[in-house]
Design a protein around this ligand. Structure first.
Ligand code: F6P
Length: 406
C-alpha cells in the first residue's frame, strides 16, 4: 500500500474548509503517512499534475493554526465532473497513474454533494482495478444540503454571518421614520438552510426579519407584493430575507424574471444572482416605496472574521475522522456529523457509504417553514442555534485579519 496521502478541496469555498484540511494534514502525520500532498484546484488540477507537498507550505504549528483561521480553499478548488468510469476509463487511468507516481495510499476529498460524486466514482473505479488506495470524503458546504449528516461544516459559520449582518441591516433599516424595504439575498440554490439562518437574527434585542422566503416553497409574486403592502400599513420599515434560488410555481427562478440568460456550470447548475434586485424593483414600482437590495453573495461564504468556533472545531474533527477511518481500512465512505444531544449540544463523527450522499440534496423540512412560507419554526431555531456558538477570531496583524495562501 502507498506510503503517502493526498487531499483536495472541491466546490465552493467556506470559512472553515481549511480547518478540515488542517485536520486531515495533522491526522495523516499522526497516523504515519510519510508525505501529505495537496491537490491544487482539486482533481482537475491533479490531472494536470498540480500538487504541493504540504510539509513545504505548512512547516510549523503556526502555519497550521493560521490555516484553520483562513477562509476559502487554501489549495484552490474546482467544479469538475468526472465522466462515467465504465464508458470513459481514460481519465481514471491517467489519475491512478499520477497517484501511483506519488505513492498514494490514502485519498481525501473535502467537498459537497457534487464533490462526493468524485469520491464515489474513484472508489468504484479503484475497486474495479483492485487498487488498494482508500478514498474518503470529508463533508463541506455552506448550503448544509448533504444527506445523512446532521449538518455540514461551513454552514454554522455562514449562518452566524447571515444572522449577524441581518441584525445590523435591521438596525439600519429603522433609522428613518419613513416607508422602506430592504431585501437581503442569500445563497443556497435549491435548499433554504442558509436563508433560514436569517431567523436566528430575532432575539430580545431584535425583532428579526419580517419575511423569509426559501426555495422549498413556490414563490407567488402577487401574494408577496400584497403581503408587503399589508405589513407596511402597520410597520413602515420591512426587512426581507430571500434565497437566491426561490422559484415560481412554473419552475422559473425569480432572478430569471427579467433575464433568463444564465451561465451554467458542468453540473448543469445555473448561476443565480439578482433575485433581491428583481424583487426590490418590483416592490418599488408596484408600491412606490423606497426599496434596497443587498446581495450577500460571496461575503457569506468566507466570513472567517465571524466564524463559528463550533464549526471550526467540527470541520477539523471531520478531517481527522476521515483519516482515522482510512487508516482503519475504510474506503468509499464520507464522514457525517451525528448530533447525540440537544441540551447540551453534543455531536460526534460517523461514517456513511458515499452513495448515500453523492449527488443528493437535503432540504429544509416543510414542517419547519411556517406562517404561509414566510418564517421558520422554533424547531429550526433549536436545530441551528448551537451551530453558531462561540468564536475563534482571526489572527490580526496591523489591524487586519492575517491569512495564509499559496
Ligand atoms: O457552494 C455552494 C454555493 O455557495 C451555492 O450556495 C451557490 O449557489 C454556489 O455555490 C455558487 O457557486 P459558484 O461560486 O461556483 O458561482
Amino acid at each position: 500500500m502507498g506510503k503517502n496521502a493526498i487531499v483536495g478541496q472541491s466546490g465552493g469555498p467556506t470559512a472553515v474548509i481549511n480547518s478540515s484540511l488542517a485536520g486531515v494534514y495533522e491526522s495523516c502525520l499522526a497516523c504515519g503517512a510519510e508525505k501529505v500532498y495537496g491537490m491544487r484546484f482539486g482533481v482537475e488540477g491533479l490531472l494536470k499534475k498540480k500538487y504541493v507537498d504540504l510539509a513545504t507550505v505548512l512547516p510549523t504549528d503556526v502555519e497550521v493554526e493560521l490555516l484553520k483561521r483562513t477562509p476559502s480553499s487554501f489549495l484552490g478548488s474546482c467544479r469538475y465532473k468526472l465522466p462515467d468510469w465504465q464508458t470513459e476509463p481514460q481519465v481514471y487511468e491517467q489519475l491512478f497513474e499520477i497517484l501511483k507516481e506519488l505513492d498514494i495510499g490514502w485519498f481525501f476529498y473535502i467537498g459537497g454533494n457534487d464533490s462526493m460524486d468524485t469520491i464515489c466514482k474513484l472508489a468504484a473505479y479503484g475497486a474495479s482495478v483492485n487498487s488498494d488506495i482508500r478514498f474518503m470524503g470529508v463533508p463541506k458546504t455552506i448550503d448544509n444540503d448533504l444527506m445523512g449528516t446532521d449538518h455540514t461544516p461551513g454552514y454554522g459559520s455562514a449562518a452566524k454571518y447571515i444572522s449577524s449582518v441581518l441584525k445590523e441591516v435591521i438596525r439600519d433599516s429603522l433609522v428613518y421614520d419613513i416607508k422602506s424595504i430592504t431585501i437581503v439575498e442569500i445563497m443556497g440554490r435549491n435548499a433554504g438552510w442558509l436563508t433560514a439562518a436569517a431567523a436566528l437574527a430575532a432575539s430580545d434585542d431584535c425583532e428579526g426579519a419580517d419575511l423569509i422566503y426559501l426555495p422549498e416553497v413556490a414563490f407567488d409574486v402577487d401574494a408577496f407584493v400584497e403581503k408587503v403592502r399589508t405589513l407596511q400599513e402597520t410597520k413602515p420599515s420591512i426587512v426581507i430575507a430571500v434565497s437566491e434560488g426561490v422559484k415560481l410555481a412554473d419552475g422559473r427562478y425569480v432572478c430569471e424574471l427579467t433575464s433568463d440568460d444564465r451561465a451554467v456550470d458542468v453540473f448543469g447548475h445555473k448561476m443565480l444572482t439578482g433575485t433581491g434586485r428583481v424583487l426590490a424593483d418590483l416592490l418599488s414600482s408596484r408600491l412606490g416605496t423606497k426599496a434596497r437590495a443587498i446581495e450577500l453573495s460571496t461575503l457569506q461564504r468566507c466570513a472567517s472574521h465571524i466564524a463559528s468556533g463550533t464549526d471550526i472545531a467540527e470541520a477539523y474533527q471531520a478531517g481527522g475522522a476521515a483519516v482515522h477511518a482510512a487508516a482503519e481500512g475504510h474506503t468509499g465512505e464520507v464522514v457525517a456529523l451525528k448530533r447525540i444531544s440537544d441540551k447540551p449540544y453534543q455531536c460526534v463523527t460517523d461514517l456513511l457509504p458515499i452513495e448515500q450522499v453523492a449527488n443528493l440534496e437535503k432540504k429544509v423540512p416543510l414542517e419547519w417553514i411556517i406562517e404561509d412560507g414566510t418564517q421558520l419554526s422554533s424547531a429550526f431555531i433549536d436545530y441551528a442555534r448551537p451551530l453558531i456558538q462561540t468564536e475563534l477570531p482571526p489572527m490580526y496583524v496591523s489591524g487586519a485579519p492575517r491569512h495564509i495562501h499559496l
